[in-house]
Structure formats: structure tokens, C-alpha cells
Write a protein that binds this ligand. Structure first.
Ligand code: PEP
Ligand code: MN
Length: 366
């Protein structure tokens, strides 16, 4: 059995930072009695600006070692440097995690992977701060390449100038979904604490993640969250964590319910033929675009026509609204369609002029 597949959902909990020996032992005692597979705590903290608490380093490793021995709970810390790895291994840390700010740097990720050659310790790779699925996948591959057999991904959301839906980080769900499509065997955990930045919203995001087939959760848990030295607003007490975990509905990808399966099969067949119609319709629309492009070329007109594009956005958006669809969704879809249309027409403009073989002019049908 793979390390991260021993429970579903796999739960990682513990403070943002290991602050004092008492705090670490307190939280370990509480988590050990709960359905928590792994205890987390930051020992070196990557802070955005200097002057805030940057972790207790080596001293914190001693507290974690003590907590692990006393309460029989495996522990994980963030490592960002080969020197961190050396100390973590020395102090018997069970699992390492790579933070979002480190994952953006392939040089550093490779240095960390090289430091783990021949050491088969489980590693969790957080998403990079920017929504780049290739960068995330690349970091995971660097650890797999040096022989780490247990790698998991942690979705902690993405930085933006403004956070969507009142969250600290934009969840940008299509990014982890795409990672899972590319790496179906990979365990993906969600970190609702860093996504929301707000303890009130953790349960809601945690449930959403489970409904989207995430394999586990990382939830920051502190004996006295309001007094935390980092990320105070998003940490919960062990009692609150227990409450969140008990409230979760765990769903399965599959079912044995025959009538449910039959209904799904029927509805999916309808959907399959509808999708075939959509693709055929798109092909016909692009054909029309090519014809329009030929006219524009003939009349020496620009490919992009801002007034026409605005009209398309307005009319398709309001039609979407009338049909009970989100106008933004339909407009986004049209942005993609329009982009493809422009690509086709630009290629047409760039093509060498045809030597006329007949006197009928360009091949347009209107
Ligand atoms: C953390 O887990 O406390 C942390 C610093 O996370 P991230 O790398 O996701 O910002
Ligand atoms: Mn944190």
C-alpha cells in the first residue's frame, strides 16, 4: 500500500509553525486521539517580508521528535534547502513537504531532490504560487526521478493581486484537476487553510475538495489559534478540527447502486451525442469564419474587428443569461472560439495569394 493511500481522506493537521515545546506537545496530544494520519508544523517559515517570525529551526525539530515519540504520531515539516533536509533526517522527521515559494524554482527543487537521492522518504509538493500546472508536475517528477516512491501534491491555491471569492489564495480548481488527469495515481490533498485564510470557510472548501475527488486535507490546527505566531486567522483548535472532520461527507468515485448506474449510463449517452453535435457545430462555425476571412482579405479589412467582437460578447452573454447560464461562462467560451477564429483568419491573410484558375473570384458562398 502506498504511504499516502492508507486512509481516505488522508488527514494532515498541526500548527502553521512550531512555536514552543508546550504548544507542539499540546497539539500532538490532541491530534493523536483523532483520526489524523500526519502532524504538520513549520520549523523554517518562508515569510513574505522580513521581521516576522521565521521559525525556531533546530529547537523545533527536538520538540517534534519528542511529540512523535510520546504520542506515536508521524510528523512532517517544510524543507526549502538541502541543509533543512539533512537536519530533518537527523531528527527522524517522517515526511517532508516543499512549500509553494520553493516549487517555483526548478534549480532549488532539483537541489532538494538531489539531497534525497538514496533516501526514500515520502514527499509532499505544494502547488507553485503561480497557476502553472507544468511547474507543479515538473517538481513532482524531479522527486520521482531520484527514487522517491511516495510523492503527493498539495493544492494551497494561487497568489493574485486580488483573491477570488474572499479567499486568501485563488483556488483555481482546474489546475489540480488537470494535474490529476495527467497523473492519475498521484494523491492530491487540499489545504483549505491557506486557500481561505479564514477559519470560518475551511469546512466549506474541505467538502468541495472531497467532492472533487481530492484524496486528503491539510488543515492548520493550533491549541490557541488567535495567539498563533503566524497565520492566526486561518487556524482552528483541535476541537474545531474534530468538528470539521465529523461534518465531512466522504463520497466515492464509483457506486454499486444499479439503478443509479443505469440512470448515469442513460444520461451520459444523451450527453455524448449532444457533445458530438457541439463539436460538429463548432467545425461548421469555423468553416464560416474561414469564409468571412476570405472576404476580409479581399476587401483589405482587419481580421480583428472590435465593434463586432463587442456585439458578440453582448448578445451571446445576454442570451446565456436568458437561458439560465452564467454570462461570464459563455463569454469565456466565446473568447476561446473567437481566438481560434482569429487564428484561422490570420493564417488565411498570411497565405500566398492563389493564382486564379477561373474568373469566379474567391471561394465564398454568399
Ligand atoms: C505553510 O504550510 O504554512 C506554508 C507556508 O505553506 P505555503 O508554502 O503553501 O505557503
Ligand atoms: Mn501557514
Amino acid at each position: 500500500m502506498q504511504f499516502f493511500k492508507t486512509a481516505r481522506p488522508y488527514i494532515i493537521a498541526g500548527p502553521c509553525s512550531a512555536e514552543t515545546r508546550e504548544q507542539v506537545l499540546d497539539v500532538a496530544a490532541a491530534l493523536a486521539g483523532m483520526n489524523v494520519q500526519l502532524m504538520r508544523a513549520g520549523v523554517w517559515k518562508p515569510r513574505t517580508r522580513p521581521g516576522s517570525f521565521e521559525g525556531n529551526g533546530k529547537a523545533a525539530l527536538e520538540w517534534l521528535q519528542e511529540a512523535k515519540q510520546q504520542f506515536n504520531i508521524p510528523v512532517t515539516i517544510e524543507v526549502a534547502d538541502p541543509a533543512h533536509i539533512e537536519l530533518a533526517l537527523q531528527y527522524g522527521i517522517d515526511v517532508l513537504w516543499i512549500g509553494a515559494r520553493t516549487v517555483v524554482n526548478p534549480f532549488q527543487v532539483q537541489r532538494l531532490a538531489d539531497a534525497l537521492r538514496g533516501v526514500n522518504i515520502p514527499v509532499m509538493v505544494k502547488n507553485p504560487v503561480n497557476p502553472d500546472v507544468n511547474l507543479w508536475q515538473g517538481a513532482i517528477e524531479r522527486f520521482a526521478q531520484v527514487g522517491i516512491t511516495n510523492v503527493a501534491a498539495v493544492h494551497r491555491g494561487f497568489s493574485g493581486y486580488t483573491a477570488a471569492a474572499g479567499y486568501r489564495n485563488q483556488p483555481n480548481w482546474p489546475v489540480p484537476i488537470e494535474l490529476k488527469r495527467r497523473m492519475p495515481e498521484l494523491s492530491i490533498f487540499c489545504d483549505p487553510s491557506h486557500i481561505t485564510g479564514n477559519r470560518e470557510k475551511i469546512a466549506e472548501v474541505a467538502q468541495k475538495a472531497l467532492d472533487m475527488h481530492f484524496d486528503g486535507l491539510m488543515i492548520e490546527t493550533h491549541p490557541q489559534p488567535d495567539a498563533a505566531w503566524s497565520d492566526a486567522a486561518q487556524q482552528v483548535t483541535p476541537v474545531q478540527l474534530n468538528h470539521i472532520l465529523h461534518g465531512l461527507i466522504v463520497r466515492d468515485e464509483h457506486t454499486h447502486d444499479m439503478s443509479g448506474l443505469e440512470q448515469l449510463e442513460y444520461l451520459r449517452q444523451l450527453m455524448d451525442s449532444m457533445d458530438a453535435e457541439i463539436v460538429d457545430l463548432l467545425a461548421r462555425r469555423m468553416e464560416l469564419s474561414a469564409q468571412i476571412g476570405a472576404v476580409k482579405k479581399d476587401c483589405n479589412m482587419t481580421v480583428y474587428q472590435p465593434v463586432r467582437w463587442r456585439e458578440i460578447v453582448d448578445t451571446r452573454g445576454s442570451r446565456a443569461g436568458q437561458q439560465g447560464l452564467t454570462p461570464e461562462f459563455v463569454v469565456e467560451l466565446y473568447e476561446k472560439i473567437h481566438h481560434e477564429s482569429i487564428r484561422i483568419q490570420l493564417a488565411l491573410m498570411a497565405a500566398a495569394p492563389e493564382t486564379p484558375t477561373t474568373a469566379t473570384g474567391p471561394a465564398i458562398d454568399q
